[in-house]
Design a protein around this ligand. Structure first.
Ligand code: F6P
Length: 497
């Protein structure tokens, strides 16, 4: 049975040496799937390392874990449930797929009714939600909705009233629909923002403010109790995790603004990636290979971060989306059995957009003391009609950075101008940015996260780490300066009186 020690003992080479020694690197480490090229050739995955990871994956039961994910088995043991986001794309246990499709039909019927102006002449949509109930739809709208003029949509997540106020000043209350998205329908920030949005409708003369609210939740009873009519509640399954939920009714504002056909294409693209992940052999499987590379840097090279740069303005929200997906999923310190994790969990995901980031943070990537595996995400077809020089410059820069990180340039006379090189990168290149390819890309990241979790033995589907802060916030609200440390008490007194 292969172990981590076996992989640790495998000899390592520099990237340049690997390209010389392994002329077949591109055919082994580049995978093209669903209109996306995943190029892992500029990572340190050598043939022996890859073989080592494949053996470790087998020893850690990756294939069986993957089947468990797709068949609705309990893969989230701390909460005793399945993780059924693939069922939203038609890939899963038949009863889960049927339930997801019934919920989707309900969403479609409501969208048809909104389009037919059954809720009045809606022009603006204010979507209120946070974390997984906001980041996914926001990314979809920002990436794909730039030309969409069906509905003017705003996503508000922060409890800071500045965010809501900005929308109030722009939207016509008589033509605004409010979507309250919360899996639990208890999240403090969302419920406060929802109450303020309702009050705004009321203050501005909307006769039946609740009649303008759509609730999106896995707790439909709570939404009804809060005041939303059952006909405008769009449920999704409890077994769909928040950060995996954009495929469900959480995608409502995107489906409304982009149109139903686009939403279905998104799901189909994700389903294509699901099939690839489930059926392709591990050595040609994009999410599996990418996870091996992540594990190599986090576990064997002890990299504490990984950086993702979208070389496309339309994907500028990809890094924050991935931060939740990867860090909330795999930032854990115990195994799925509750034993202490004897290795690093997920690295810190960070990033930005290219080329902006080149002029701000790339200095550290090229010459800093930290080793940071970098990911470039780019699109061959431009998203604008300006002179092709713009898009050419964008892509040229992305490719140049990858080459520069790897090659480096020695300068013995002037150490400040010396580039060590041998710095790894992955390039993900989409043919074009459309709903199907974006769906496939996001499903790729979900599965990559799942593979990493399985290989280190953690449960990627719970997030208890977020609870303590919420609890303390509630007790500050209730007890004022009660039983807290001196610093916290003084801050409360100074700012909250
Ligand atoms: O606090 C973290 C979290 O629970 C995320 O996992 C989730 O996506 C977000 O809050 C929002 O939760 P809800 O959809 O229940 O409002």
């Amino acid at each position: 049975m292969a172990t981590w020690s076996d992989i640790e003992s495998i000899e390592r080479s520099t990237l340049t040496a690997l390209f010389e020694a392994e002329p077949d690197r591109l055919s082994r480490l580049v995978v093209e799937e669903a209109g996306i090229r995943f190029d892992l050739a500029k990572t340190h995955l050598s043939r022996p390392l890859l073989d080592g990871f494949l053996a470790l994956a087998e020893a850690n039961g990756l294939s069986a874990a993957r089947e468990r994910l797709f068949t609705g088995a309990v893969v989230n043991p701390s909460e005793g449930r399945a993780a059924e986001h693939p069922a939203e794309r038609g890939q899963g246990a038949p009863e889960s797929v049927a339930r997801a499709s019934a919920f989707r039909a309900r969403m479609r019927a409501l969208i048809d009714a909104i389009e037919a102006e059954a809720l009045g002449p809606i022009r603006h949509v204010l979507h209120i939600g946070i974390g997984g109930s906001a980041l996914g739809p926001e990314l979809l709208l920002d990436a794909l909705g730039r030309d969409a003029d069906r509905y003017d949509t705003a996503i508000v997540s922060n409890v800071d009233g500045t965010a809501l106020e900005a929308v109030f000043s722009r939207f016509d209350p008589q033509a605004t629909l409010i979507a309250v998205a919360s899996k639990t329908f208890t999240t403090g920030e969302t419920m406060l923002n929802a109450a303020s949005a309702l009050a705004w409708l009321e203050e501005n003369g909307v006769d039946d403010p609740y009649g303008r609210v759509v609730a999106i939740t896995a707790a439909p009873d709570k939404a009804v109790e809060w005041g939303v009519d059952e006909t405008r509640v769009l449920p999704f399954a409890e077994s769909v995790g928040g950060r995996y939920s954009l495929w469900s009714s959480i995608g409502f504002p995107a489906a409304l603004a982009l149109g139903w056909a686009a939403f279905e294409e998104l799901l189909e693209g994700a389903a294509a990636m699901d099939r690839h992940f489930r059926l392709a052999p591990p050595e040609r499987n994009a999410p599996i290979l990418a996870a091996f590379s992540d594990l190599f840097y986090a576990q064997l090279r002890h990299c504490e971060t990984r950086a993702v740069f979208a070389y496309d303005e339309r994907l500028r929200l990809l890094p924050p989306y991935l931060q939740q997906l990867e860090m909330e999923s795999n930032g854990k310190r115990v195994t799925a059995d509750g034993a202490p994790l004897d290795r690093s969990s997920a690295p810190i995901t960070w990033g930005g957009t290219g080329t902006d980031a080149q002029h701000a943070v790339f200095q550290l990537l090229h010459q800093g003391t930290h080793l940071v595996p970098v990911e470039f995400v780019a699109v061959i077809e431009p998203g604008h009609a300006l002179d092709e020089a713009h898009h050419r410059a964008l892509l040229v820069n992305a490719f140049a950075q990858g080459a520069a990180l790897m090659q480096g340039r020695a300068n013995r006379q002037d150490p400040a101008r010396d580039y060590p090189g041998d710095r790894p990168s992955t390039t993900i290149l989409l043919d074009r940015l459309d709903p199907a390819r974006l769906g496939a890309l996001l499903a790729f990241y979900e599965h990559r996260t799942f593979v990493s979790a399985t290989m280190i033995g953690i449960n990627p589907f719970d997030q208890f780490g977020v609870e303590l802060g919420k609890e303390i916030a509630r007790s500050i609200e209730q007890d004022g300066t009660g039983d807290f440390d001196a610093s916290t008490r003084a801050l409360i007194e100074r700012a909250l009186g």
